[in-house]
Design a binder for this molecule. Structure first.
Ligand code: DUC
Ligand code: ZN
Ligand code: ZN
Length: 497
């Protein structure tokens, strides 16, 4: 009855409680919680003294793009499974859910999934699951949803309402929603109006407005609020099938989501650090540097940031994910952020790949900002993500006998003082962070995955292997019993419309 690991003198934070507790771990699981100090003399292979620091469940980052083809067809996103998950664990994230992208010219989502398994297998420092990205909802692909959920453990998918290469029309969205509904698959939606984007982009270019900051103009807030409203309406037509609006950036969309939630509808939402820490001014950095902050939706205004913080505090947003989707600023390969070329000597905003690195900085930035109660911080960065995507209580909690021993031990508050975030602290394969110079106050001291220390900041950094991460087959979503309420509504019925 020796333990594998005991953590003593820490303050445990869950989505429900903050309490000084010792934690005992055996066979990859949390097996016992005890009053603080009680286990400091227990028989154990390894003892960690948290010295009064906080201990949180390992981060669950449920929106991650690794080694994905760029949305504009050239090159791929910068991090592969090895470098992306290395970066994840150094920032306290022990589980990711990444995308298995289907292209329009592929009629199978199972093939897309198998291709992505090949990229990830044996290459992941953290545990991982997949969402499929559905770009071609043909009959065959929709038929495969059943196997996806019941055999493959993939219980969520993402669709886009923009990007030529990925955009679905409303009729296609309805077909996806219906097939997802009958298989209890959660549909994530990138809600921006692609046609309005194309129109605005043409207008801006006609006026010779090419600089990175015009990316922000082309993605006006109305694109997002309109598409969000439409997505919610389409879900209602298909008997209120649950949807999740990803990366919500602006208050009109958040208000629409909040209203649907208040009406009891199964509408869920996510936001990301870029909408809390960047503004449109960051798109207007000198030279071409604004490209470093080009993502979709784009960073908005300071007032909008406040509305997004509020939406986290009041529960409008169930989850805070990274949307890690990096492209190198300057690099020989295609897909770089500096899209200046012989062909486009001024580097037009429409060619800047959309997406930012953020898998490693998500937890330290938000933890250091001190704008969320600690329990809320854990809820939106770990527990709710696990519940929403069918991983709870194995992930996202610290239930003895049930939860994997996935933990972050933070430094005692004040130990690190205030220090600037710089890209050379990070472990991704990206030549910049959009948050260069931001003030941090803490960082994961140890990251523990299934009872093994995998990140030891003062003792070697990454102290694990890229073969340690395991694929996670997921159950259907359990957040707020979302599929229970759908059952009560009965099946989709044309006669009811
Ligand atoms: N949407 C994402 O979810 N990630 C990166 C780019 C995008 O548009
Ligand atoms: Zn998106
Ligand atoms: Zn994304």
């Amino acid at each position: 009855d020796e333990y594998d690991l005991v953590i003593t003198n820490g303050v445990c934070v869950t989505a429900a409680d903050v309490a000084p507790l010792d934690i005992a771990i055996r066979d990859e699981k949390i097996v016992l919680l005890a009053p603080s100090g009680l286990l400091s003399k227990a028989r154990t292979k390894r003892l960690i003294d948290a010295e009064g620091g906080y201990i949180t469940p390992g981060g669950v980052d449920c929106h991650v793009h690794l080694q994905e083809p760029s949305m504009f067809g050239k090159g791929t996103s910068a991090d592969n499974y090895e470098t992306g998950t290395r970066s994840a664990i150094a920032g306290g994230t022990t589980t990711i859910i990444a995308f298995a992208p289907q292209q329009k010219n592929l009629d199978s989502v199972l093939t897309a999934l198998e291709n992505t398994h090949t990229l990830a297998r044996g290459n992941s420092y953290c545990d991982y699951g997949f969402h499929v990205l559905v770009a071609n909802p043909c009959e065959k692909a929709l038929f495969e949803f059943k196997k996806l959920a019941s055999v493959e453990g993939v219980t969520s998918l993402k669709i886009y309402m923009m990007y030529e290469a990925l955009q679905l029309r409303d009729n296609e969205i309805l077909s996806v929603l219906l097939a997802a509904r009958s298989n209890h698959i959660l549909t994530m939606i990138h809600a921006e109006n692609g046609d309005v984007l194309a129109w605005l982009t043409e207008k801006l270019e006609a006026a010779k407005l090419f600089a990175p900051k015009y990316h922000g103009h082309s993605h006006a807030p109305i694109l997002e609020s309109e598409a969000t409203n439409r997505a919610i309406a389409l879900s209602s037509l298909v008997a209120d099938t649950p949807i999740l609006l990803v990366h919500v950036s602006e208050p009109a969309a958040a208000l629409r989501i909040r209203a649907a939630q208040t009406a009891g509808r199964p509408i869920f939402a996510e936001t990301c650090p870029q909408y809390l820490f960047l503004t449109r001014d960051d798109l207007d950095r000198p030279g071409f540097e604004g490209a470093k902050c080009v993502c979709a939706p784009p960073p908005r205004d300071a007032d909008d940031q406040n509305a997004i913080w509020l939406g986290l505090q009041n529960g409008t947003f169930a989850v805070l994910s990274s949307d890690h989707c990096p492209f190198r600023f300057d690099d020989a390969v295609t897909g770089k952020k500096t899209c200046i070329s012989d062909e486009f000597p001024v580097g037009k905003f429409r060619h800047i790949p959309n997406g930012l690195p953020g898998i490693e900085t998500r937890l330290p930035l938000v933890f250091s900002a001190r704008k969320l109660e600690l329990a809320k911080f854990v809820e939106v960065t770990s527990t709710n993500a696990a519940k929403l995507y069918g991983l709870y209580p194995r992930k996202g909690g610290i239930l003895p006998g049930v939860s994997d021993a996935d933990l972050v031990v933070w430094y005692p508050e004040g130990r690190l003082g205030e220090f600037p975030l710089t890209n050379d602290l990070l472990h991704h394969d990206v030549d910049y962070t959009p948050y260069e110079g931001r003030v941090l106050r803490n960082w994961p001291r140890y990251t523990i995955l299934r009872g093994n220390v995998i990140w030891d900041r003062d003792g070697g950094g990454i102290v694990s292997e890229k073969t340690y991460g395991q694929f996670l087959k997921r159950q259907e979503s359990s957040l707020n019993g979302i599929w229970r309420t759908v059952e009560e509504d009965g099946p989709f019925d044309l006669e009811k419309l």
